[in-house]
Design a protein around this ligand. Structure first.
Ligand SMILES: Cc1cc2nc3c(=O)[nH]c(=O)nc-3n(C[C@H](O)[C@H](O)[C@H](O)COP(=O)(O)OP(=O)(O)OC[C@H]3O[C@@H](n4cnc5c(N)ncnc54)[C@H](O)[C@@H]3O)c2cc1C
Length: 460
């Protein structure tokens, strides 16, 4: 098993709490079930969506099989920001206290940078952070391991099984209904069956491929998929503490994408850049080179990175499937994510926020929604009617915020508008307050699309 870069591993020990709670220890999943075994539910993927789904199912008494390709603890390419929405579900899973005992960076504000270099820092006063749960940032290796360990223990306790190092290769469909999966573990082939399969394998999830394929609908829409590249750095000026702001910069040369600097504590910083795939194709952008250019050539950032060092081998690219509404949607928004016998959650259902790039919250929320629906109405079998109901519930819950975020994503494409907007925000408290609301509450984003509110706030 690969170990974490030293800087990330020491995070669990430097403040002494890690010794009490060694989140970085391997997760013991016990014995591998026999080929051909049957379960109440199979969960493909043990990221936040899969770990939450498996936990919620086990909490309902189901005999679950949780299959994860990697071996925990494992890294996941991410910005590492865990917002208030995620924390709410982490609490439901009973592990918020455990998470808080491990080292984490407390986010008390957000810095937005305009293409002309101006910056506005939207502060979240301490009592607001407490009240609204603005969030944390911490390495996904740490966050995901805590979630996975919880799922592992709950699933085993309820009589199910967990296999790490298991790659699902095929999803079995009989009479238009998913009946199970097969794949490999330790070079051996296994086939498992269940009346319900939850697809939580991220943006390349085999269950999502089977579901979209079954409905003859495209899985990838490049207008709504984002490429992103991340590195860990130490010694970045202004990122030394355990509490502070995360930073989002709209830089000339990076727009319509953005450059982020998210401290994760202990002087370690998650630094990355992201852009929608169609824009990357148009501009022939290579994200690693773009990030190198920002760090070395941009006058503001080259200064802040002058004495910084990249954590070795921490540079990784990945994709984000956005939940933005499609213009020509073949059936359901944002795309098909369920069929008889199968439900997709998280990135497998394409639910990442198209403005902020946050996807953990929606992965947890969709897992909860899926399991609740199954237990409310479909415990005797997940039918195609159930699949339609899931789509309606999911979009009913998320359409307002995802549509608002999509509009914001399109607004920030305009350089002059960002300069103007951030220039105003530096001076206007009302705008700063609205931005605070937007960070803490997705619903408040709606205000940004009231034309009258915009005109009034920006001009007067
Ligand atoms: C660069 C970048 C920055 C981001 N920044 C943020 C951020 O700051 N905050 C935020 O909230 N979100 C962020 N996101 C989005 C976030 O990472 C995802 O939305 C989130 O991880 C989705 O969780 P998930 O469980 O659905 O999928 P994943 O986290 O991708 O988990 C999927 C799991 O399935 C496993 N798997 C895959 N295929 C198989 C298979 N065939 N068989 C078995 N197992 C399989 C994988 O190993 C993995 O463990 C970012 C994403 C990227 C790429």
């Amino acid at each position: 098993m690969k170990s974490a870069p030293q800087h990330l591993r020491t995070l669990s020990f430097t403040i002494g709490l890690g010794e009490r709670l060694d989140w970085d220890a391997p997760v013991d999943s016990g014995s591998v079930p026999k080929d051909g075994s049957s379960f109440d539910a199979i969960v493909v993927g043990g990221g936040p969506g899969g770990s939450a789904a498996a936990s919620f199912l086990a909490m309902n008494g189901a005999k679950v099989l949780l299959l994860e390709k990697a071996i925990y603890p494992r890294d996941k390419t991410c910005g590492d920001a865990v917002g208030g929405k995620s924390l709410k579900h982490v609490e439901e899973l009973g592990i918020k206290g455990i998470l808080e005992e491990t080292p984490h960076f407390r986010v008390d504000g957000i810095v937005f940078g305009a293409p002309n270099g101006k910056e506005v820092r939207i502060a979240l006063p301490e009592e607001e952070v407490e009240q609204r749960e603005a969030g944390y940032s911490l390495p996904r290796r740490q966050f995901d391991t805590i979630l996975f360990r919880n799922a592992n223990d709950r699933v085993l306790e309820a009589g199910g099984a967990v296999i790490q190092g298991f790659s699902v290769k095929h999803v079995h469909i009989e009479n238009d209904c998913v009946t199970g999966v097969s794949g490999t573990h330790d070079k051996k082939e296994f086939h498992f069956t269940a009346p319900l399969t939850i697809g939580a394998g991220g943006y390349t999830c085999p269950v999502a491929k089977a579901v979209t394929g079954h409905h003859d609908e495209p899985m990838v829409d490049k207008d709504h998929y984002c490429g992103a590249y991340r590195e860990y750095w130490t010694g970045v000026e202004g990122c030394e503490d355990w509490k502070g702001a995360i930073e989002i910069h709209f830089i000339d040369g990076v727009i319509p994408g953005y450059f982020w600097i998210f401290p994760v504590g202990n002087g370690v910083v998650n630094v990355g850049v992201g852009m929608v795939l169609t824009e990357m194709d148009k501009q022939k952008t290579k994200l690693r080179a773009l990030q190198e250019w920002v760090i070395n050539e941009d006058p503001k950032f080259s200064k802040r990175f002058a004495n910084a060092k990249m954590v070795e081998k921490s540079g990784k690219g990945f994709q984000l499937p956005f939940g933005s509404p499609r213009k020509k949607v073949p059936s359901f928004q944002p795309r098909r994510s369920a069929m008889a016998g199968a439900i997709c959650v998280g990135d497998a259902a394409s639910l990442v926020d198209p403005f902020t790039g946050e996807g953990i919250g929606n992965a947890l929320l969709s897992a909860k929604l899926a399991v609740d629906l199954v237990y409310e109405k479909y415990s005797e079998g997940f039918t195609s009617e159930g699949a339609e109901e899931y789509q309606h519930k999911l979009w009913g819950e998320l359409s307002a915020e995802l549509t608002n975020s999509y509009k914001l994503q399109r607004l920030v494409k305009r350089k002059w508008l960002m300069n103007f907007f951030i220039g105003k925000a530096v001076k206007k408290e009302e705008l700063q307050r609205a931005l605070t609301d937007m960070i803490a509450s997705k619903e408040a984003q709606g205000q940004f699309h009231s034309k009258w509110w915009m005109v009034k706030t920006l001009l007067f």
